[in-house]
Each structure stands twice: as structure tokens, then as C-alpha cells.
Design a protein around this ligand. Sequence first.
Ligand code: TRP
Ligand code: SF4
Length: 328
Amino acid sequence: MKQRVLSGMRPSGKLHLGHLHGALSNWVELQKNYECFYFVADWHALTTEYEKTDKIKQDSVDMVIDWLSVGLDPEKSTIFVQSKLLEHAELHLLLSMITPLSWLERCPTYKEQLKEIKTRDIHTYGFLGYPVLQAADILIYKADNVPVGEDQLPHLELTREIARRFNSFYGNVLIEPKALLTKTPRIPGTDGRKMSKSYNNCIYLSDTPEIISKKISSYITDPARIHATDMGHPDICGIFPLQEIYCENHNEIAENCKKGTIGCVKCKKLLAEKIIKSLEPIHKKQQEIKNNRHLINDVLHKGNQKAKVIVEKTMLEVRKSLKLWNME
Ligand code: TRP
Ligand code: SF4
């Protein structure tokens, strides 16, 4: 029996290279050895976007198009939408009863975001409960492994604590999941900051070759390099982390940069060519998907049905263990 993997992503619309190298390529890889469940966390989007919800659905569709285009395979993985599985909400409610407030208030992501997010009021019950909903998402599938980035580790630890508390009260029903920590290379955007939609500095998986070339040439590089022969510092250049991913001979590039024997224009041109080439099959797939109007709907419908069987089963056990009504 294969171990089960589960992960979710908030609907962020079309995806960029940061998503690809941060999570997606790992998700694709995991399909080989695990029974995988990947879902659109659209309720989680509401924790911050509750005032303006009109883009969430289209963003979900665009995101799933990109999931499939990079190789998530609906024959291998169950791909579904959180809000179509009402049982997640039921488990979330039950877990909220046993989760001490102090566990939520000490969450680093909670504290940081309260400080950072100034454009929306997130002093809500739902936002505080974000990790409880996430725990429900995970525990309801009895997932063995959850691939997450470092920033999500506290959420996973909380999930394990909630599972333990539940089991100590009601009997052994839930499984404590393990984190599969994804090694995430730093992917800088055009301005040198972390690639992120909110910074408007992204290279999207759907960008055309022309746009990619333009964006790459606009990257901030080592400011000390004014002439192509100036000695450079790849370690502070926004381009170099991408060279490390895309160019096999990045060591040579680094040497030449340091010696001043390669100019930034040339270096960027080499990189753009590699990225464009690597996105070719992805663009082809995106086109195929867009030409097949029903595909995304069909994939999600099937995925929702497969997920439904599992969540129903878990919830029967959960209700039974709490001695609640079970209409079988
Ligand atoms: N919090 C995750 C993120 O922001 C999304 C998420 C929701 C998730 N539920 C999950 C991830 C369950 C893993 C497992 O990316
Ligand atoms: Fe960056 Fe390449 Fe220019 Fe060096 S040569 S500073 S690695 S763009």
C-alpha cells in the first residue's frame, strides 16, 4: 500500500516560477511513489479575501490549468476543490471545539500577517482559525505526509497536536501526519525580492517567449557591473539563482561573471533561452487544456467524487467517536 500525500494551495490564479520550483515540481515528483491528493484551498482564500470574492473561482480554474500543464496527472492524483467537500467544514467545526486559543495565537504566521496585512481587516474568527481549517483538510484524509514549505511547518505541528488531543479525548481515529519538507530554492523576481504576485515581479508559466525575454532583461543584477568587463558577484545577483536551476554550466557562468569575462546581457540571454525552452511543453499543454472546454470541470468533478468517498468514511468514524448522530 502506498502512503498518502495531501497538499493544498490557495487559488492564486496563473502560477509563476516561484510556485513551480517551490512546490509544484515536487508535487509532480511525488505522484510516482505516493497516493496523492491535491486541492484548491478556496475557503482559505476567504480568510483574507472575504470582502472581494468575485475572482476566487476563476483563479481556482486558472491555477488548476497550470497544475495540469506542469504534469499533475488526474489519472494518478486526486485533484479537487475544498469548498465542494462540506465535510471539511464539519471537521473544522469539531476541531475548533478542542483547539485552545493560545495554540492559535502563538502561531508565527498569524502574528506576522496581523502585522503585515494592512489593506484588509483580518481580525476575524476565521483568520485566527486558518490553521484549524488546514488541520481538518489534512486529518480528514488521514494523510501520512504533507509536502510543505518551511513557512508552513508550524501549521503542520499544530495539526499533529490537534490530532493527538482529539485522539486522547475520543479514541484513536486521526493520524498524525509527517511533514515532507520541500527544499525551496530562493526564486527572486525581476526586482530582486522574492517572486510574488503582490510585488508584480513574476515570470508566469503562461508568459510568452517575448515577455520572458523582456522580463529577464529587466532583472536587477550586480549593481557593481557597469561594463561587461567589471568583476561581478553572482551571489548578490537576481539572475544567478535562476541560472543555478536552468543552466547546467552555471559554475562556469559564475566564474566568468567573477572574472568579468561574461556580460550581463549575454548571461541573461542564455538564461531566457533556457527558460523559454523549458516552458515550451507547458505552453503546449496549456493550449490543449484551453481547447478542451470541459476538461477542468471533468477533472475536478471526478476528483471531488473520489475525495467524497474518503471524507464520508472518516466523518462516520469521527461522529461515532464523539457519540454524535450518524445517519447511515
Ligand atoms: N495554507 C496553505 C498555503 O497557504 C494551503 C493549505 C490549506 C494547505 N490547507 C492545506 C496545505 C492542507 C497543505 C495541507 O499554501
Ligand atoms: Fe548576474 Fe550573470 Fe550579470 Fe553575473 S553576469 S551579474 S550572474 S547577470
